[in-house]
Design a protein around this ligand. Structure first.
Ligand SMILES: NC(=O)c1ccc[n+]([C@@H]2O[C@H](COP(=O)([O-])OP(=O)(O)OC[C@H]3O[C@@H](n4cnc5c(N)ncnc54)[C@H](O)[C@@H]3O)[C@@H](O)[C@H]2O)c1
Ligand SMILES: O=c1ccn([C@@H]2O[C@H](COP(=O)(O)OP(=O)(O)O[C@H]3O[C@H](CO)[C@H](O)[C@H](O)[C@H]3O)[C@@H](O)[C@H]2O)c(=O)[nH]1
Length: 324
């Protein structure tokens, strides 16, 4: 069985990727320090606890499994926090990722799929966003991911690293078979917060109602986590077959406003989301959506969840089934 090292594989998106890798015949080896991940989400292969900045531990694990590819999900990912505590993001997302790239180099592993983000684009001039668009991140989180995209290009040119940077739009939804949950602590993402607000009848803060959008709230492209996982599996074959290293937008092409999202949550939970209108959150871009055409064409990717009601339902179902 071919091993894939899934760094950050005990987290939300990484654990879904492990399930998809296993279904595709790979053995996902999870490397995670559990700072935010959950060991009980590691279900489809071995677990190796460790930090991406720990060179000796990485050498040990890479030598043990000799993975054919590394998938790098490990990072801090809260936009607002990155504005108030940027050091956390410079250290983990930038320094940590460079440590991982160097460990791969030392151990002769030259293929990586990296979790990047639409937050690398910032305020864009035209929509839908294409991969060639200018990248001017408006928060330290997005900047930290952009730096690693640049490192991938430089390591590719200098050392022959083969890489794909997946620019996820807003990862959303959950494994429809109920094997995996979303348990960020603290939770900052709109969908789980809105689902919990509807279930508990507590208030959901809508951050900003004065954006230049049809209903004044910010617009995002919510992409199902299982579709993200599928794109990762496809990236292995793409690179193995000589595909050119590069970045891919993973998105549905549809923008959904926060208000529209709350309607979908109310429908899925079966009770309205109590709303409180609040100020804009620092670092938030007004509108982000993309077509995902490059991934469709080059990876043969065909996202299955294109309806926001269906995406939200997979999340709401899990929260309802795991109330406690
Ligand atoms: N959730 C989204 O909407 C979204 C969108 C775009 C990009 N991303 C990126 O996708 C990746 C995964 O996001 P997620 O939502 O699954 O987050 P998550 O917090 O659930 O998963 C990240 C995992 O990485 C681990 N980790 C963090 N720092 C580590 C370190 N130094 N060493 C080892 N393990 C470490 C955590 O314990 C956790 O298990 C991140 O890189 C994030 O920036 C997420
Ligand atoms: O309580 C909340 C939470 C969120 N929102 C709004 O809902 C939308 C989605 O917010 P999320 O926090 O769920 O996600 P982000 O759009 O902030 O996503 C950003 O952070 C993610 C990682 O957490 C990814 O990296 C993604 O690419 C990046 O744009 C935003 O307009 C946000 O302002 C609210 O109104 N109230």
């Amino acid at each position: 069985m071919k091993h894939i090292l899934v760094v950050g594989g005990a987290g939300y998106i990484g654990s879904h990727a492990c399930k998809a890798l296993s279904k595709a015949g790979y053995t996902p080896v999870v490397y995670d320090n559990l700072v935010y991940g959950h060991e009980d989400a590691v279900k489809w292969g071995p677990f190796e606890r460790g930090d991406i900045a720990d060179a000796a531990r990485l050498d040990e694990v890479l030598a043990k499994y000799k993975p054919e590819c590394v998938m790098h999900f490990a990072a801090f990912a809260a936009v607002g926090e990155s504005v108030t505590d940027p050091a956390k993001y410079y250290n983990n997302n930038i320094h940590g990722s460079v440590c991982l790239l160097d460990a791969m180099r030392r151990n002769g592993i030259n293929t990586i799929v990296f979790s990047s983000t639409c937050a690398t684009y910032g305020e864009v001039r035209s929509l839908p966003i294409v991969e060639e668009a200018e990248q001017n991140p408006v928060n330290p989180y997005g900047f930290s991911k952009l730096v690693i995209e640049q490192a991938l290009k430089d390591y590719g040119r200098a050392y022959g690293l083969k890489w794909v940077a997946m620019r996820y739009f807003n990862a959303a939804g959950l494994d429809p078979e109920g094997d995996l949950g979303e348990r960020h602590d603290p939770e900052t993402h709109a969908i789980p917060l809105a689902v919990l607000a509807a279930m508990r009848q507590t208030e959901f803060n809508v951050f900003g109602t004065d954006y230049d959008t049809p209903d004044g709230t910010a617009v995002r492209d919510y992409i199902h986590v299982c579709d993200l996982a599928d794109a990762h599996v496809r990236a292995i074959d793409y690179l193995r077959n000589g595909g050119e290293s590069g970045a891919f937008n993973l998105a549905t092409g549809k923008g959904t406003s926060v208000k529209e999202l709350l309607d979908a949550v109310s429908l899925a939970v079966g009770s309205p989301v109590p709303i409180k209108y609040a100020a804009r959150r620092a670092g938030d871009a007004p509108v982000l959506y993309a077509s995902g055409d490059k991934a469709r064409t080059l990876l043969g990717w065909n996202p299955q969840y294109t309806d926001i009601n269906l995406i939200v339902k997979t999340a709401a179902d899990w929260f309802k089934a795991n109330r406690n």
